[in-house]
Ligand binder design. Structure first.
Ligand code: UDP
Length: 243
């Protein structure tokens, strides 16, 4: 049974990283196709005005918080989120857990060459990791048909889709019956980090919940997107008072 807490109507699973990995393993052995979303506060805010995105998040098989802001917001609910389960960290835990087993991955997304470089580095870091297919995330509708066909043919256990949110969530939802991967996960810019093109915040920033600040000083072009963070906090506090 899922233990869920709502943050501005987005249903998050109250799981630790260990429990999230366990749930993916269960989904891998459950009939049908499944998908996992890893929203941060920006995406929770986006879902307030994008109804399609909100309904996709509400239908996902697991939703984990990619941001301390979401974990903080859950403290106003009866069920609290246990910890941040970032998409990037979830992929790393899955690689560690499934390397050397028969489970396979497909990397889809990122600029040309990025997912290939990411795959090369991950297979070196996790010996026995099986990455059966790779495609960059820039395509037209003809190319898209070929990508879906390629995924279907290779039939990966886990499809990682890094097209940025909410494009990746919508793409997975629209196409999952066609490509047939067992579990699909939207991973944002994770391939850029795996390939070493974008640096993750140092441990200090992660530990103190300041990864957003690190991103702001290293990628100042994101400031407009990041303005949603204080708006998110304000909206959470406002809805709490109304209760
Ligand atoms: N991307 C892509 N296709 C697109 C648009 C974006 O593959 O049409 C990739 C882009 O190259 C980058 C990722 O999607 O690797 C988005 O990264 P970002 O850090 O912005 O992700 P988010 O913060 O949305 O999770």
């Amino acid at each position: 049974m899922r233990k869920i807490t709502q943050v501005l109507n987005v249903p998050f699973d109250a799981v630790t990283m260990k429990e999230a990995v366990l749930r993916v393993k269960i989904l891998l052995n459950t009939e049908g196709q499944h998908f996992i979303c890893t929203p941060n506060p920006e995406i929770v805010m986006e879902a307030q005005k994008d109804k399609e995105l909100m309904s996709i998040l509400r239908e996902a098989d697991m939703v984990v918080p990619d941001g301390v802001g979401v974990v903080w917001a859950s403290k106003y609910s009866s069920i609290r989120l246990k910890e941040r389960v970032a998409g990037y960290d979830l992929t790393q835990s899955l690689f560690a857990e499934l390397a050397g087993t028969e489970k396979t991955f497909y990397f889809f997304g990122g600029a040309p060459g990025i997912a290939t470089e990411a795959a090369r580095k991950m297979m070196k870091q996790y010996p026995g990791l099986k990455i059966v297919g790779i495609h960059n995330g820039y395509f037209d509708s003809e190319e898209e048909k070929k990508i879906i066909h390629d995924i279907k043919k290779l039939s990966p256990s886990i499809l990682l889709v890094g097209l940025g949110a909410p494009k990746q969530e919508k793409w997975i939802y629209e196409n999952m019956r066609l490509f047939g991967a067992k579990v699909s996960i939207g991973v944002g810019g994770s391939f850029d980090v795996m390939a070493g093109h974008v640096k993750r915040a140092p441990k200090f920033y992660q530990k103190f919940g300041l990864e957003w600040f690190y991103r702001l000083i290293t990628q100042p072009a994101r400031w407009r997107r990041m303005m949603r963070l204080p708006i998110f906090a304000f909206t959470v506090l406002k809805t709490r008072k109304r209760r």
